[in-house]
Ligand binder design. Structure first.
Ligand code: SF4
Ligand code: SF4
Length: 135
């Protein structure tokens, strides 16, 4: 994949917000890949956790915000415990989700879920789903 890096992209406001919300310094990552190697959810992701960090480092926020990965991450913190730089990738994923949800874009639209689907789900699951996927 060819990526054009520009100063404007590197100083992107949204990426600065992701760092602010997460409290993590994305530039510290040196791409060792240990986060992705230990992540239990990679099979369901379209972009690996270390690639999410890399994309943010080079200013490619749109790819990150459009990814399935940020919604699939279940905040298990395995990546943080493995990261030699102490980067909490789960917090970065959460911050990316917050950017979308705070713009009033719901990932799951409760009113579009039919009653039958709700019937088979545990209440705690529904509540945590709506907390994670709606703004
Ligand atoms: S917190 Fe998310 S990215 Fe990190 S290991 Fe767990 S599922 Fe993977
Ligand atoms: S484990 Fe840490 S340093 Fe290594 S790729 Fe993941 S975020 Fe970057």
């Amino acid at each position: 994949m060819r990526v054009r890096i520009s100063r404007k992209k590197l100083r992107d406001e949204v990426i600065a917000r992701i760092e602010e919300i997460s409290g993590e310094q994305i530039s510290k990552c040196f791409q060792c890949g240990k986060c992705s190697a230990g992540c239990p959810s990679v099979d369901s992701m379209d972009i690996l956790p270390n690639q999410i960090i890399r994309l943010l480092q080079i200013g490619e926020k749109d790819e990150v915000l459009a990814s399935r990965t940020i919604w699939v991450c279940d905040s298990c913190f395995t990546c943080e415990s493995r990261c030699p730089k102490g980067i909490d990738v789960a917090k970065v994923m959460e911050a990316a989700r917050q950017i979308i949800l705070r713009a009033n874009v719901d990932k799951v639209k409760p009113y579009e879920i039919d009653e039958k689907t709700f019937e088979g789900l545990p209440q705690a699951g529904i509540v945590s789903c709506l907390r994670k996927f709606t703004g």
